[in-house]
Design a protein around this ligand. Structure first.
Ligand code: SF4
Length: 285
């Protein structure tokens, strides 16, 4: 927590957001009854009274990339720290502890019998490092694209992990252990398919795990307000045309979860997901 001024838009009470907010949306995803967008920032619109809501507010506080969330009382904070990484389903976790370097992008952890994976990276947080140690360390760090690498290098060094990134994003991780060379999908291991999807950036990639979990970086997310899949032309840094072509190739894959860097996660039955993908393709044309 820094010394920035509390926003006037917060309701009075324990939790608050300060001027350090960069409007990354993490808190609104983690604790939607408590945080909402007011003007250009987030604000506390309802103080948490129930213990479970207080825990969610602490999860948001810990995941905020700029330390913009504060709480006057700290009861429950230690327990909330111990919850990370937060289980999403089966052996897939959300890391929290987002980094300002990646504008608060989400990163994920997969616990796997042949070695654990980190998908994009959180900020360096000793509490999280300790939990990764308890979960068996990290074998691979898959990096979707150059913007969301955060502290990947430090995690790689600590765990002797191998980073995988596309060669066109090499500038962000010149010392990475593996570079994907072209636009051909790579079946890296039985459960893991790496799919290059140029568009948002030139060397953007997604990771498909067990034909169920698709880690999409900034290629694709869920738009909770419209209730539909979303790709954003305003935040397309390389080629919107190529992003559409990549989306078309991706629509041929089977998956049920979308786990993005920025934007909302979503679960849909595979057939429903396929319909949603085709609807998105129509909107992109
Ligand atoms: S997580 Fe922090 S920076 Fe992001 S919207 Fe919430 S208060 Fe703002």
């Amino acid at each position: 927590m820094g010394t920035e001024k509390r926003l006037d838009t917060n309701v009075p009470g324990d939790f608050y957001v300060t001027e350090a907010c960069i409007n990354c949306d993490q808190c609104r995803q983690l604790a939607p009854p408590i945080f909402s967008e007011v003007g250009d920032y987030s604000a506390v619109i309802s103080q948490p009274w129930r213990e479970e809501d207080r825990t969610k507010a602490f999860h948001a506080l810990l995941s905020c990339p700029t330390g913009a969330i504060g709480s006057e009382r700290k009861e429950g904070l230690t327990e909330a720290i111990a919850d990370f990484p937060l289980l999403i389903e089966n052996n897939v976790f959300y890391c929290g502890f987002t980094s300002r370097k990646s504008y608060g992008a989400s990163s994920y952890f997969i616990k796997h019998p042949t070695g654990n994976w980190l998908v994009d990276a959180p900020r360096w947080a000793p509490q999280l490092v300790h939990k990764f140690e308890q979960l068996g360390g990290i074998r691979y760090i898959f990096l979707t694209h150059q913007d969301d690498v955060a502290d990947a290098e430090k995690y790689a060094e600590k765990f002797n992990a191998e980073r995988i990134i596309h060669v066109l994003e090499k500038n962000s991780q010149p010392g990475a252990e593996h570079f994907i060379q072209d636009r051909t999908a790579v079946d890296w291991a039985p459960d893991f398919r790496i799919i290059p999807v140029p568009g948002h950036t030139k060397g953007h990639m997604v990771l498909l795990y067990r034909e169920k979990y698709l880690f999409t970086g900034d290629h694709l997310a869920w738009d909770r307000e419209r209730g539909q899949l979303d790709a954003n032309e305003d935040f397309c840094w390389y080629s919107w045309k190529e992003q559409g072509e990549s989306m078309e190739r991706l629509a041929k894959e089977r998956f049920e979860w979308i786990l993005p860097g920025h934007g909302d996660r979503v679960y849909l039955e595979a057939d429903e997901m396929n319909i949603a993908m085709n609807q998105l393709l129509s909107r992109m044309k």
